[in-house]
Structure formats: C-alpha cells, structure tokens
Design a protein around this ligand. Structure first.
Ligand SMILES: Cc1cc2nc3c(=O)[nH]c(=O)nc-3n(C[C@H](O)[C@H](O)[C@H](O)COP(=O)(O)O)c2cc1C
Length: 216
C-alpha cells in the first residue's frame, strides 16, 4: 500500500506538532513495506504538487490540528482548490489538539466525515487525540512520551487501511475528565493561568481587560 499524507497545519514543518506526530505514525506505518509521501499545506509552493498527489493517490490521510474547535482556515483554503474525485479513493484523518478531552474534538470529527463525502472520497475514519500542546516545547524522551503511541496507530493503519478499529477508537483517551479534575483545572484557569495570561497580554502592550468586549 502507498499512502499520501497531507499535514494540514498552518505551522511550518519545523514547528508543527502534527509533523512530530506523523514522524512516529509513519515509522509504524512503514514497518512492513507500506510506503508514503508527505506534503505540508503550510508551504504554499507545494499546493500544486499536493493537488496532483491528491488526484493520483487512492489512500489518503489528512493530519490536522484542532484550531478553535474546528479545522485550520489555511487547510480549508487549500481544500477549496481541490476537485472532488467521486471514485474509490479512501480518505481518513488524524485530528489532534492541545486540550486532552475527546469530547471537544467530536464536532471537528463530524465535520471531517462530511468533508470526505464532499471531496468525493470514501471516509475511512478519524484518529482523534488531544493532549499535544507540549510536543514542540519538549525534546527527547519527554516528547516521545506523547508522540510514540502514534507509532502503534501507524502499524494498525498499515493492516486495516482505516481508523475504525477498536484500538483506534480507544486511542482518544478520556472523553471528559472526572468531576474533581474538571473542578481543579477550572480553578487553575480562573486563578493561576488567568494571572499569567494577563501578564503576557500586558507585556505585549495590551491595556484592556482580557474579557473586554468592544462590539457587544
Ligand atoms: C490558533 C489556535 C487555536 C487552537 N485551538 C484549539 C482548540 O480549540 N482546542 C484545542 O484543544 N487546542 C487548540 N489549539 C492547540 C493546537 O491544536 C495544538 O497545539 C496542536 O498540537 C498544534 O499542532 P500544529 O503545531 O501542527 O499546528 C489551538 C492552537 C492555535 C495556534
């Protein structure tokens, strides 16, 4: 099997968490002879090549970060330049995010299922996982702790050519945190994190409160 992988993050490859995830995913994917080619939507010079690859390939994965609970605008802009295929092309997604709870990615996941149909492809599921904020802020073993599990998902995809297995569905982790954890995280955001957000905003020259609503 040959797989076309498109990194849909607007961040350049060097800074993209999606890219670090794909490094591990493709390690697992290729263990038994599957091959892949990868492109970056962040590099507009590649858009013609990605379009050609999209037209030519019949196993496609788009990997993307969740941006404001949905898909990045740059990726939408690119996707709008594609011509729907209406053939047997299989299209699946790796949807990853910063916050850890699975529930906040479900709206994006539902959108991606519709998107596959709009692009005239057969939907092969979405691998959904959060808790990835710190990938690019860490290195070595610390980074691997987050990215290495994707290697197993690459192995799984090489066998099933989709993300519908129980292993893939369980990969998401907790749908919502238990109540005490939500309470604690909520408290941290209202106190410690808020203080730091205000400090950062002030250091960037912001003079209005963070909840300022000039258009309300
Ligand atoms: C503009 C922006 C919006 C984001 N929105 C969300 C969000 O709604 N939920 C979430 O969990 N993470 C959100 N994140 C975090 C990213 O999904 C996360 O850091 C991801 O790993 C980034 O991947 P990338 O470096 O390949 O772009 C956002 C990040 C940015 C920069």
């Amino acid at each position: 099997m040959h797989v076309l992988i498109i990194n849909g993050s607007p961040r350049i490859k060097k800074n993209s968490n999606t890219d670090k995830i794909l490094e591990k995913f493709t390690d697992g994917l290729c263990e038994n002879g599957t091959t892949f080619e990868q492109y970056e939507v962040s590099d507009r010079k590649q858009w013609n090549d990605i379009r050609n690859a999209f037209n030519k390939n019949d196993n496609i994965i788009i990997a993307l970060p969740l941006f404001v609970e949905c898909i990045p605008g740059l990726l939408i802009e690119f996707l709008e330049t594609l011509t729907p295929k209406n053939d047997d092309t299989k299209l699946g997604f790796i949807l990853q995010s910063g916050f850890a709870e699975g529930i906040q990615l479900r709206c994006g996941e539902a959108y991606l299922e519709i998107l596959a149909e709009k692009l005239g492809c057969i939907y092969t599921g979405t691998l959904v996982k959060g808790n990835n904020f710190s990938i690019r802020l860490t290195t070595g073993a610390q980074q691997e702790k987050i990215t290495l599990p994707y290697k197993e998902m690459g192995r799984e995809y090489a066998v099933t050519a989709d993300f519908n297995s129980e292993k893939c569905r369980n990969f998401t982790g907790p749908e919502v945190f238990p109540a005490p954890v939500r309470f604690l995280v909520g408290g941290l955001f209202k106190t410690f994190a808020k203080k730091n957000f205000i400090k950062s905003a002030e250091s960037w020259g912001c003079t209005k409160p963070l909840d300022y609503r000039p258009y309300q």
